[in-house]
Design a protein around this ligand. Structure first.
Ligand SMILES: [Zn+2]
Length: 293
């Protein structure tokens, strides 16, 4: 696929070229891509900006049992990807609509509003697998470099200590409004499908996730509600891949009991205890009201 990244060298980014770390192979597609960042830089970026992104999204959910469950499933799935050496971090966060996102370096988040839509462990595993695939392919880095420019991205990685407010805000805004390419999303869907099935989950749960997202009809995605590819086309290629590759697989896990116990029960408990709706109405409505009905 030809994308903007192919043309970086022609853009004459002197600084970037000077620090060029060479060609790397995207382990998902097998294609060679010019990457200006070494994987160490991914990690530096993630470490530096993860706290800011978490803060912007209302912080981590306080339920420790739920957090350790999300992390445990995530770590298990990551063991089946092409970059199991990355130190992955999985966390459930309070805000951001019904969504999931990945930062460079292995920081993966799933929001409370998305968790509460699911019924099974396999559905959550599908989303985490999709995000792991973005980390493996370094999609976030590529998309961000297209959005804020390679020079700004490199400067962000190089800043010593904690990032200043202006830089932090720029990075967080870029992450939260990121649009991946249609091809990147499809690759992440299909690679994620492989990881979750290898980990023993029913791949049909990925289709169920797309159906759930379709029903939610949210506008203005951070990540999973990306308007491209459409949920219908995602469902079509996922079903095609499942029929071709996994039709003979039986006895794969859905895990509704585990999910009810570890995720849905604590969410209900919270609702009862605080007698509050499970989201801050002002913020969510503001996001959801952008665009046509
Ligand atoms: Zn994605």
């Amino acid at each position: 696929m030809v994308t903007d990244r192919t043309f970086w060298p022609a853009l004459g980014l002197g600084l970037a070229l000077a620090l060029l770390s060479g060609c790397t192979v995207n382990p998902i597609t097998g294609s060679e891509e010019l990457m200006f960042f070494s994987p160490d830089k991914d990690l530096e970026l993630g470490q530096k900006y993860a706290p800011l992104v978490e803060k912007e999204l209302g912080g981590r959910m306080p339920e420790e049992g739920l957090q350790s469950y999300v992390n445990r499933i995530g770590q298990r799935l990551a063991g089946f990807c092409q970059r199991p050496d990355v130190a992955y971090h999985f966390a459930a966060i309070e805000e951001g609509g019904a969504n999931a996102l990945a930062l460079p370096g292995g920081y993966i988040y799933i929001t409370r509003d998305l968790l509460k839509e699911f019924k099974t462990e396999a559905q959550m595993a599908a989303v985490l697998s999709h995000e792991i695939a973005h980390v493996v392919a370094r999609d976030t880095l590529v998309a961000m470099s297209e959005q804020i420019g390679m020079t700004a991205l490199m400067a962000a990685a190089q800043v010593g200590g904690s990032p200043d407010l202006a830089r932090g805000t720029q990075f967080v805004t870029a992450v939260l409004t990121l649009q991946y390419s249609r091809d990147d999303e499809k690759e992440a869907d299909l690679a994620g499908l492989t990881y979750m099935t290898q980990a023993g989950y029913d791949p049909n749960a990925m289709v169920e996730v797309m159906q759930i997202l379709e029903k939610l009809q949210m506008i203005r995605p951070i990540e999973f509600f990306s308007t491209h590819p459409s949920p219908e086309s995602r469902i079509a290629y996922l079903q095609e891949r499942i029929a071709r590759r996994y039709a003979s697989f039986t006895g794969l896990k859905q895990g509704p009991e585990e999910y009810a116990e570890r995720v849905l029960a604590p969410l209900n408990e919270r609702k009862k205890r605080f007698n509050l709706p499970p989201q801050e109405p002002g913020r969510q409505e503001a996001r959801a009201s952008v665009g046509p009905e």
